[in-house]
Design a protein around this ligand. Sequence first.
Ligand code: DLL
Length: 434
Amino acid sequence: MAERYYQPEIETASPEQIRQWQNERLVKQVHHVWDNVPYYRKKMEEKGLTPDDIQSVDDLHKLPFLSKADLREAYPYGLMGAPLKDCVRIQSTSGTTGKRVVAFYTQADIDLWEDCCARAIVAAGGTNEDVCQVSYGYGLFTGGPGLNGGSHKVGCLTIPTSSGNTERQIMFIRDLSATILCCTPSYAAYIGETMKEMGLTPDEIPLKAGIFGAEAWSEEMRRDIEKTLGIKAYDIYGLTELSGPGVSFECSAQTGMHINEDHFIAEIIDPDTGEVLPDGTEGELVFTAITKKAFPLLRYRTRDICVLNREKCPCGRTHVKMSKPRGRSDDMLIIRGVNVFPSQIETVLLNQGYPANYQIVVDRVNHSDTLDVQVEMTPEMFTDNLGEITRRQKELTDGLRSMLGIGAKVTLVAPKSIVRSEGKAVRVIDKRKI
Ligand code: DLL
């Protein structure tokens, strides 16, 4: 099937054209921020910069970074770039780690955000013939509103179920023949598990594609979800500070997410030194929003760790691709001096045939860090044969040791004993921080 695009002239523009848009928009945006955001203007002044110092993307590295700490300091209005009378909406993060992020939108900001989400839906095969069920949370979280808007733009029949009430989700998917499902990957896995328990086989499920993001998920988890639901599962990335979902999205190649470079300039930096790294090197992703007016963040440090790839994509899109974030640098656990990402643990579990239902508990006992991984068995594995359980636990411990380079205690637990998530899954409990 020929690849389809929502905005073909933009999505397949030449790299030179994209660079030209970025140059022009960056210069304009820096003036906009200088004139309207005193907080950032002060940061520029401290570095001895004026807008004239930024003539093109080549000068981007001169600008100061913004981080979550700045957002906290400037909360709630300090980074606004448009008067309140021009803003029509806020969205916000859950605020589990510190103060909430509150992002503001003009109507034009919402419009371009929804365009980005529409690009993602079309890249997943969506057309106005599709029925798109949006099972991300609606409200302050950006997932529901963003994909809802994108789905309208594509012309899909949109089912705004929001998250939760899994039985009703399944009823709508079946009764209204939903073809596209949008939710977090952990919720997609839960919906799939519930359908399986209801005796539904993949060919009895009308879905053909899923657009899953908002949390890190592994390739193994993708394969599991694709198999259970009988769909192709596409990744989507974004963050509230930059609008929400749709900063980047996956195409049919499923080898990374195209960043919407006409709206966001991406850089990869060394998280320790702030130095800009060449494409192809792993580091922290930094974004500059060049079209948003109400919340125009320049050089925002995402804390997400990934790699950029500019190789030609078979889908025909020309915008740079980012790898699946390996997790946030602040999700990274340092256990006995070793860096551990929850996604590495997930890979070991899924490779050994376990479901993505697990919990990682980190503690400090007698001045030494402990890593305890609780892993749920599938109903088929479930047994009270102690020898069998010990053998399985040892197999997992060995797998984790060779992946992480440190020892972990593995506890196998009964099916369904780990709480399911309807939004972003909470995988890690770090008792050292409590
Ligand atoms: O999670 C926006 C979103 C909604 C994205 C729906 C995709 C789908 P926040 O709640 O502000 O916004 O959280 C942003 O979530 O910095 C990443 O660490 C993580 N994240 C988002 N998408 C992905 C993804 C939304 N596809 C933070 N893979 C980001 C890995 C992701 N991590």
